[in-house]
Design a protein around this ligand. Sequence first.
Ligand SMILES: C[S@@+](CC[C@H](N)C(=O)[O-])C[C@H]1O[C@@H](n2cnc3c(N)ncnc32)[C@H](O)[C@@H]1O
Length: 246
Amino acid sequence: MTHRTIFTDPDLAQFYELTPRDRADHTFCKELANGARSVLDLGCGTGELTVQLAEGRHVVGLDPAAAMLELAGKRQNGERVQWIQADARSFELGETFDLICLTGHSFQFFLTEEDQLAALKMIAKQLSPEGQFVFDTRNPNFPDRKTRCKEETLSQTQHPDLGAIESWNISEYDEVTQTLSFTNAYKQLETGEIFSAPSQIKYTTQDKVDQLLEEAGLYVETWLGEWTGEPYHATSREIIPIGRKA
Ligand SMILES: C[S@@+](CC[C@H](N)C(=O)[O-])C[C@H]1O[C@@H](n2cnc3c(N)ncnc32)[C@H](O)[C@@H]1O
């Protein structure tokens, strides 16, 4: 990631956790981590889940965005985690892990099959023999409208330092490339200053994810369609594979 994005720019990273979200993924991953002596959180972002996993075990949080890792390091218990600035498609840690997770749809930031495969091969390489992996990617066949305009997404919230903030996003989905191009924007109402940057995410079908996992040397034990535990089906919201090394 060389250009300025919502994660690499500190002005934008500060808004990442502004909108409270129900994080069923955190509940699920904490449960999955029971019994794991070590966890690697790939694309850990601001480390909200990472620090929760770090109680009583070795945990590494990896992300290429310095601005996100800076916020992560400042979290309560942030010192329990080993934070590493690196790219999930290519890194070397010299150790293996009992659980590797990528939450918050970090997988969708790999924009090509080549990038997806590279990251999955890294997971296979860094998993301990009995280790488990889990990640989420939005199902392209979930029947929602992915293209959105400003008016549909406009909301107001409060930033601890900047005061009242108006936020919105504008997104456009390309059916051919299965890529969503979007811009997240935040306006500080007191000054009128707008912070915004464009990003892209890739949508991938379950068949393709399955094929890439096999190619990477991983196999899936369970496919979920929601972090709350519902099984995957053709139009479920999420595609969540949970598995091990082949
Ligand atoms: C939507 S955030 C999710 C953060 C966190 N996992 C969560 O659930 O809140 C996506 C994260 O993926 C990271 N990311 C983007 N490209 C990446 C890459 N090539 N390798 C690892 N992480 C990447 C971004 O920097 C960002 O922190």
